[in-house]
Design a binder for this molecule. Structure first.
Ligand code: ADP
Length: 159
């Protein structure tokens, strides 16, 4: 069975990576799909986000990386994925995630949304928190893969 893991990944964090690693042990294939959202101005351009994920997942078997715009269920169909994977960190994620899951279910009932609980030591991590810490010069090495830490440092002119 193949799973689609969609998200903004702006940038990839160790929380995302942990989820990808665990999913790669559960599924035959995991497609990490970076959302191109024209309504959002990302900190990192799409190509850089793809590169960050490709580098961090290079040693994982069965993991593919791509981008998409439009409906997530369409992306799942194109990639032959029967499952949409999402991560849950806290109760605050739940309401939004459930709404999206129900929406996707109404659009394509053959695709199931599955949630993986975040690793407890990564439950405080989000892309926004990481950017906020990096912006003010805080150490993010325990929050993101090393390549991403370098990109953050360059973004905020701290190299
Ligand atoms: P989106 O903008 O679609 O929420 P994100 O890149 O913020 O995209 O997150 C993508 C997915 O990864 C979401 O399901 C989110 O809940 C999950 N996620 C985010 N941070 C973590 C984390 N620290 N641990 C596990 N899952 C996470």
């Amino acid at each position: 069975m193949r799973a689609l893991y969609p998200g903004s990944f702006d940038p990839l964090t160790l929380g995302h990576l942990d989820l990808i690693e665990r999913a790669s042990r559960l599924f035959d294939g995991v497609v990490v799909a970076v959302l191109q959202n024209p309504g959002k101005q990302p900190a990192f351009p799409l190509e850089q986000r793809l590169e960050q994920i490709r580098t961090a997942t290079a040693t994982l078997s069965g993991v593919e990386v791509g981008s998409f715009d439009g409906l997530t269920v369409e992306c799942a169909r194109r990639n032959g994925a029967q499952v949409i994977l999402r991560g849950l960190r806290a109760l605050s994620d739940f309401e939004f995630e459930l709404q999206i899951a129900h929406t996707n279910q109404s659009l394509e009932p053959r695709v199931e949304t599955l949630f993986l609980a975040t690793a407890v030591h990564h439950s405080f991590l989000s892309s926004s928190v990481v950017k906020e810490v990096a912006r003010f010069g805080g150490d993010v090495h325990h929050m993101v893969p090393s390549g991403v830490a370098e990109d953050l440092s360059r973004l905020f002119n701290r190299t």
